[in-house]
Design a protein around this ligand. Structure first.
Ligand code: ADP
Length: 295
């Protein structure tokens, strides 16, 4: 792992670890104050979770963040998918250096409304594998929360690895006032089975479920505009209803989303008037409405 620190850079997995150790030894209890102070400047904190990988969780996280920024909210996007950070690729920010000063790490500015921090920026080689046990992940997570200089934000969107592992558990312990979680699923049972676990997890650690998004819900044929239900359809909504959590909406499977993701441009930016973008925009409005009214 490497990070640029005041003009120098350090490499290998030791960077985060040693910085973290120095930090905790030198500052001890001050770290908790720092974490509280940094998080206190962020009005709303939202987790993006999924039961399985590959269901479009990072795509949703990136597009929710972009959409909020377009709506005029000061937004941060924190990629804590340590093992597969996709946000730098989705926003074409790969290889961006992260600068550090005495007050902490500077997030990368995607545009004036959106700041980004990802484990992907801190890896010396994007193909490096992060092999950390739970306690170390917890410490790195804490360090990221303490040290990233977001400043005042309206929203912090946090993209988590799939499942109910150490990362979301750490956040539940470190930030007791998160607004809640968006849970992304695809419609087929295999994904829904795992997403139910994510919802139970949220209930257990007292993270409100803001809503379920059913992604890849039907494929719109680019030739005839007919809809093909590749992974079935409606399973996410039925499951949300049965579990008593809100359903935010559906995103169809759309080859333009893959194109946009591979090009590092959020589809909310490339296709603002496409059916998908309009539907997505509605979901984000619904989310903002719920959060601002605290319902
Ligand atoms: P996850 O974070 O759940 O692992 P990603 O967001 O990385 O999933 O998405 C996995 C792949 O699926 C990416 O190539 C992305 O472009 C594609 N994808 C996501 N949502 C859609 C969609 N609605 N239609 C088509 N492709 C999608």
């Amino acid at each position: 792992m490497s990070c640029s620190r005041e003009g120098t850079s350090c490499s290998s997995g030791g960077c985060a670890t040693s910085t973290m150790e120095n930090h905790s030894q030198a500052e001890g209890g001050n770290a908790d104050n720092e974490l509280r102070e940094r998080m206190g400047k962020i009005k709303h904190k939202i987790l993006v979770l999924s039961g399985k990988g590959g269901v479009g969780k990072s795509t949703v996280a990136a597009n929710v963040a972009c959409s909020l920024a377009v709506k005029g909210f000061q937004t941060g996007l924190l990629d804590v998918d340590f093992h597969g950070p996709s946000i730098p690729t989705l926003l074409n920010l790969e290889g961006r250096p992260v600068y550090s000063g005495p007050a902490g790490l500077m997030p990368v500015e995607y545009n004036r409304g959106l700041k980004v921090m990802s484990m992907g920026f801190l890896l010396k080689n994007p193909d490096d594998a992060v092999i950390w046990r739970g306690p170390l992940k917890m410490q790195v997570m804490k360090q990221l929360l303490e040290e990233v200089m977001w400043g005042d934000l309206d929203y912090l969107i946090m993209d988590f690895p799939p499942g109910t592992g150490d990362e979301p558990l750490s956040i539940a312990q470190l930030i007791p006032d998160v607004d809640g979680a968006i849970i992304v699923t695809t419609p087929q049972n295999l994904s829904l089975n795992d997403v139910r676990k994510s919802i139970h997890f949220c209930h257990q650690v007292k993270i409100p479920v803001l809503g379920v998004i059913e992604n890849m819900s039907g494929f719109i044929c680019p030739h005839c505009q007919g809809v093909i239900d590749v992974f079935k359809k409606g399973g996410g909504e039925t499951m949300a209803e049965r579990m008593g959590v809100p359903f935010l909406g559906r995103i169809p499977m759309d080859p333009d989303i893959v194109e946009a993701s591979d090009a590092g441009v959020p589809f909310m930016g490339t296709q603002p008037v496409s059916k998908v973008s309009v539907a997505f925009d509605g979901m984000v409005d619904c989310l903002v409405g719920k959060i601002e009214k605290n319902i």
